[in-house]
Design a binder for this molecule. Structure first.
Ligand code: ZN
Length: 263
């Protein structure tokens, strides 16, 4: 079976802490590497996780809150300094292109590699990239600013069921979103707060651990990973326990963890 893994680079929200970096993940499928979100400091954490930056050719940015993309220009600049010549493709909110161009222009940087930018589209699920091994879709979520989740589906291989991974970024609890990743093998869903702070989650367009678990039930996922933890929680055991009461196949998405995607 071809390797299909997600590396959790950062599992925190808003501000980095000594124990948790902010959101970033690397998806590995059979030698192809893609990054999902790129918080401040991500390239340093890639080194700690022994993931070669130059192997990543696609970048998926969910939205323009800083804890999801402030590391991107630094990472692009490092690839430039490494002398990379192969193109990279970024899938993200349209305004991200202007932000990157402004940063490059201000530093009088002409990249040594082609930077291809594909803006995400609103309102519904869209197929955004397809190759001979994988399809990736974007889908809108419900957050304070426009934000998207991503679904990565392996193309069916003879003799085995296709595996899939959904990344459900910052979002208020929205049962209707479950239709976008029905029966996904592994679902990552944000769980910024424990359930006693449900009103805070609603006010800030985030979810609680129990709500993430309810999304796992609604979507029929095989396994749930929860992350994007508020820095107010130094211990996460209770958060995990309350999610498992609703959906037992739940695990914490902790920094440095590598998860095999199984059907
Ligand atoms: Zn956000």
């Amino acid at each position: 079976m071809k390797p299909f893994q997600v590396h959790i680079i950062g599992s925190g929200s808003a501000v980095p802490s000594a124990h948790r970096a902010a959101t970033s993940q690397v998806l590995h499928y059979n030698g192809q590497y893609a990054m999902i979100d790129c918080a401040e400091g991500t390239q340093i954490h890639l080194k700690k996780n022994k993931i070669s930056l130059s192997r990543i050719s696609r970048f998926f940015i969910s939205h323009l809150h800083g804890d999801h993309y402030f590391g991107l220009i630094g990472l692009i600049n490092t690839l430039h300094l490494y002398g990379k010549t192969q193109p990279i493709t970024i899938y993200g909110p349209a305004a991200l292109y202007d932000i990157l161009q402004m940063q490059l222009k201000a530093s009088d940087t002409t990249l040594k590699f082609p930077l291809i930018f594909k803006p995400l589209l609103p309102n519904e699920k869209h197929l955004i990239v397809e190759d001979d091994q994988m399809r990736c879709y974007s889908f809108p979520v419900r957050h304070r600013i426009a934000a998207w989740g991503f679904l990565f589906e392996e193309k069916p291989v003879a003799g085995s069921h296709a595996r899939s991974y959904a990344f459900c970024t910052d979002t208020a609890f929205s049962p209707e979103l479950a239709g976008y990743f029905k029966d996904v093998s592994v679902l990552y869903h944000e769980a910024t707060f424990m359930d006693h702070l449900r009103s805070v989650a609603e006010a800030t367009f985030h979810s609680t651990s129990v709500q993430a678990a309810q999304m796992a039930v609604l979507s029929g996922t095989g396994r749930l990973l929860i992350g994007h933890f508020s820095s107010r929680y130094s211990e996460l055991d209770q958060m995990l326990d309350e999610a498992r009461e609703v959906f037992p196949q739940t695990d914490l998405a902790l920094d440095g963890m590598v998860v095999d995607i199984k059907s």
